[in-house]
Design a protein around this ligand. Structure first.
Ligand SMILES: C[S@@+](CC[C@H](N)C(=O)[O-])C[C@H]1O[C@@H](n2cnc3c(N)ncnc32)[C@H](O)[C@@H]1O
Length: 220
């Protein structure tokens, strides 16, 4: 199989070599097949809540001859996945709020040995806020541009960490917009959205201004 696009490749970079993977909301199963084919993961569960995308995933697995290593499984979030089976969990291509609900409903969500590799399509700020309020730390965060759109990927672990109450944290996370142009582009997306929301609520204007300062001010 050819390498997945930049968005899924960035998710792949965050997976620990040797980790048993669960890819939740797998659809086409490109990521788990690629990670197993390339020797990064010994095994993977490709899970989806809907039979139709799951059958697409099963077809990718069969075409790659990876049935012995990658298992297609019908599952709402991690409901049909046991903590004993997996080390790293990827949840990519969903809204940030749905990702929080999937983690929150998982029986082993607070196992500090698990790694959560998260790629929200929208509302990354809601996801980061939830992670911070629920004791998770962000170990790594990066951004990429794929097909003209800018995405962020987060690697988080449960650490019983105190909440980061800085109101900019949900927007900045662990990004460095002053030093990295792709990070800057991602944060500028937040600034644009906040500026639009400021037309109905002036508090968003203050937040947008503070975020602009954080992108160019060394004293943050
Ligand atoms: C846009 S696709 C993302 C596919 C792939 N992960 C990617 O990033 O390219 C979202 C997938 O998530 C699945 N999904 C939505 N809610 C889910 C849930 N609660 N549990 C598991 N899968 C879910 C959908 O059926 C769909 O196949």
């Amino acid at each position: 199989m050819t390498a997945p696009d930049k968005r899924l490749s960035l998710c792949a970079e965050f997976v620990r070599p040797g980790a048993r993977l669960a890819d939740i909301g797998t659809d086409h199963a490109y990521l788990p097949v690629w990670l197993c084919q390339n020797g990064i993961c010994p095994s993977a569960i490709a899970a989806d809540i809907n039979p139709e995308p799951l059958s697409r995933g099963a077809a990718t697995i069969a075409a790659a001859g990876m049935e012995g290593r990658v298992t297609a499984r019908l599952s709402d979030g991690l409901a049909a996945v046991s903590g004993d089976e997996v080390d790293d969990i990827v949840i990519a291509g969903m809204g940030g709020e749905l990702i929080t609900r999937i983690i929150g409903a998982c029986a082993f969500a607070r196992d500090p040995d698990k790694r959560w590799i998260l790629q929200p399509m929208t509302k990354s700020e809601a996801l980061i806020r939830w992670l911070s309020e629920n004791g998770y730390g962000i170990l790594r965060q990066d951004c990429c541009v794929a097909a003209g759109k800018c995405y962020t990927v987060i690697c988080a672990a449960y650490m019983n960490k105190p909440n980061n109450s800085d109101e900019l944290y949900p927007y900045l996370g662990e990004l460095s917009p002053r030093n990295n142009k792709t990070h800057l582009r991602f944060v500028e997306g937040h600034i644009d959205r906040l500026s639009k929301m400021a037309r109905g609520d002036a508090r968003f204007a203050v937040l947008a201004e503070r975020l602009k300062e954080a992108c160019c001010d060394d004293r943050r």
